[in-house]
Design a protein around this ligand. Structure first.
Ligand code: ATP
Ligand code: MG
Length: 265
């Protein structure tokens, strides 16, 4: 069984369709990229997959997450799935963090809720989670989000997302807001954690160089539809859709990444 099976997913608001027909599936441990121009429905797709769409939007179609139907499910049915099955890392880490809660407590929360850790065991799991994202200094656990740099905040968001040991990590433009060197460090971290834990990755980005580095297969969205799908090298070497071709033409660094990927395969 697939870890994630999306079939005919649509999302609409009162004024009309926003996502029209999206289908793809993801096997355990597989890394899939979703690309597409701004407004093509990437973020709404990732929110629909985890049942986190705002109340004003309605999803239809089918999203089977580890065999559980997400479309139309109640929040109480979805909550138990969110920690262990799918987690989202948002574009702007501040949206994922509680400004009024110390970082250590925010990491402790999913460890307590989903893994049932308490007391000394919980404290050492929080320290280990911070260590895993290279934030081992004790002052970080005691800090509030506004006391950290953008790169540190994104590492904290990743630690929270991964705390309950999900099988699937959903990353929606996780590094867009970061400086290039910090971006590279965060991507390297995500790559390492995904590989070490054998997690599946749904990686959303408009940056082809980043996507080709992070995933094996790509889905291209345009105006809420899947317009292209295939292995990274296949889609990016022989783009069929005019939109994909335009992206490829503008991504001058792409060949270097593809060559490096093939040399490493
Ligand atoms: N809460 C909402 N209510 C109404 N329309 C929305 C809402 N959220 C998003 N949309 C619309 O749905 C469409 C898809 O939005 P989405 O956020 O999925 O785009 P995206 O592909 O993630 O774009 P970007 O690359 O800019 O992040 C857009 O036209 C957007 O304006
Ligand atoms: Mg988006």
């Amino acid at each position: 069984m697939s870890l994630l099976d999306v079939t005919g997913l649509a999302v609409r608001s009162q004024s009309g369709p926003l996502v029209r027909d999206v289908s793809f599936s993801l096997q355990p441990g597989e890394r899939l990229g979703v690309i597409g121009e701004s407004g093509s429905g990437k973020s709404l797709t990732s929110l629909a997959v985890t049942g986190l769409l705002p109340d004003s939007l309605v999803a239809s179609g089918s999203v089977l997450l580890d065999g559980h139907q997400v479309v139309g499910a109640r929040d109480s049915e979805l909550r138990p799935l969110r920690g262990p099955v799918a987690q989202i890392v948002f574009q702007e880490p501040l949206t994922a963090l509680d400004p009024l809660m110390r970082v250590g407590r925010q990491i402790a929360e999913p460890l307590r809720r989903h893994l049932g850790l308490r007391g000394a065991e919980l404290r050492s799991a929080v320290a280990a989670a911070l260590d895993e994202v290279s934030l081992a200094e004790p002052r970080i656990a005691r800090a509030y989000p506004h006391e950290l740099s953008g790169g540190q905040r994104q590492r904290v968001a990743i630690a929270i997302a991964l705390a309950a040991r999900p099988q699937l990590l959903i990353a929606d433009e996780p590094t867009t807001a970061l400086d290039v060197t910090v971006q590279d460090a965060v991507l390297t971290l995500v790559e390492r954690l995904v590989a070490e834990r054998g997690m599946a990755l749904l990686f959303i980005s408009h940056d082809l160089a980043v996507v080709s580095r992070m995933v094996d297969r790509i889905v291209v969205l345009r105006e809420g539809l899947v317009v292209e799908e295939g292995a990274v090298a296949q889609v990016l070497r022989n783009p069929v859709e005019p939109y994909t071709r335009m992206l490829v033409d503008s991504a001058r660094a792409l060949d270097a990444f593809l060559d490096a990927k093939e040399a490493g395969a």
